[in-house]
Write a protein that binds this ligand. Structure first.
Ligand SMILES: Cc1ncc(COP(=O)(O)O)c(C=O)c1O
Length: 326
């Protein structure tokens, strides 16, 4: 299902923990290969990777959720995504200077979710792969949000034609029904741990890793993905979100409307009053939770056309957008 040789799976029980494991894997990959000092990470502005201690250090520090902890946790290199020649050169320069202390780059491919549903081109991911290879650092894709069809391809990395060294998965792994996550490593990463020396093993063993109930749910969810109907559903949802949200472009304070797979986003110039908006959506019978500057929809793939119409209609009504000719 996953591209390349990403076929060594380490299970855990939440997205944040799978990112912690990916970080530990990356650090120990270098230790096991006899390379010392590589314990830092490069992550990206706008990014979100979880709420546990280590994952907080690689989230966007300005994004707000973890500002209480600013200055308490060890700092990482949180920099601009290489969207253009200047930011690519800056990242290249950072790695030329600090590469000897970097274990891995970590990114949410195609769309940074909790940081504001910020979309970037696949070219950015190809640049990251090239930069990681050039400076011999690992590349981690956090596909906890994007994995399992959300962006229109089964995995964002597949769509972009880029294979990371480690990928993290959760959420739709069980169809969102039970907590389960995975950090999946490439053969190269796995082989750094393959040893008769017990000290080379990855020292992580959560009580509920691969717990049978969650794995049964994941098995059922993966069967649905293998059956293949999800792709048509994502295309159908994308079309409905695009036409249903487009009128919001005319609403007061809106600066952008965008869709990517089964993700629809209306962005405002400033943070919205999430509580007040949430209340108004609820009065229309919809649970829609705005976040920062965005009102967004990430519907399950079973959402019907009528339900999609109701959701986008509620957003139009609450934002005061011109009717969409429905
Ligand atoms: C990209 C990404 N990484 C990590 C996480 C953290 O996952 P969890 O909430 O299961 O700890 C999330 C959750 O929203 C996420 O979207």
């Amino acid at each position: 299902m996953l591209p390349g040789d990403l076929d060594h799976v380490f299970f855990a029980e939440s997205g944040s923990v799978s990112v912690e494991i990916a970080m530990k894997m990356a650090i120990q990959f270098w230790i096991n290969r006899g390379v010392s000092g590589r314990s830092k990470f490069v992550s990206f502005l706008g990014g979100y990777h979880g709420d546990t201690l280590a994952t907080m250090t690689i989230c966007d520090p300005e994004e707000g959720m973890h500002s209480l902890f600013a200055g308490v946790m060890p700092s990482q290199h949180v920099v601009a995504l290489p969207r253009d020649a200047d930011s690519e050169a800056a990242l290249d320069a950072l790695l030329a200077d600090k590469g000897h202390e970097i274990a891995a780059l970590i990114v949410e491919p195609r769309i940074q979710g909790a940081g504001g549903m910020l979309i970037h081109d696949d070219e950015v991911l190809r640049r990251l792969r090239a930069i990681a290879d050039r400076h011999d650092v690992l590349l981690i894709f956090d596909e906890i949000f994007t994995g399992f069809g959300r962006t229109g391809d089964l995995f964002a990395c597949q769509g972009a034609g880029v294979t990371p060294d480690i990928i993290t998965l959760s959420k739709a792994l069980t169809g969102g029904t039970l907590p389960l996550s995975a950090a999946v490593a490439s053969r190269r990463v796995f082989e750094a741990f393959w040893s008769d020396d017990a000290g080379a093993a990855l020292m992580h063993g959560p009580t509920y890793m691969a717990n049978p109930l969650a794995c049964a749910a994941a098995g059922a969810s993966l069967d649905l993905f293998e059956a293949g109907g999800w792709k048509a559903d994502v295309a159908r949802i994308e079309a409905a979100l695009r036409s249903g949200l487009e009128p919001c472009r005319q609403a007061r304070g809106v600066v952008d409307v965008r869709t990517l797979g089964a993700i629809g986003v209306v962005e405002f110039e400033a943070a919205v009053d999430a509580g007040a908006l949430c209340q108004r959506f609820a009065e229309l019978g919809c649970w829609i939770r705005p976040m920062g500057k965005v009102v967004y929809l990430t519907p399950p793939f079973v959402t019907t056309d009528e339900e999609l119409d109701r959701l986008t209609g509620a957003i139009q009504t609450v934002l005061g957008a011109p009717a969409a000719g429905r």
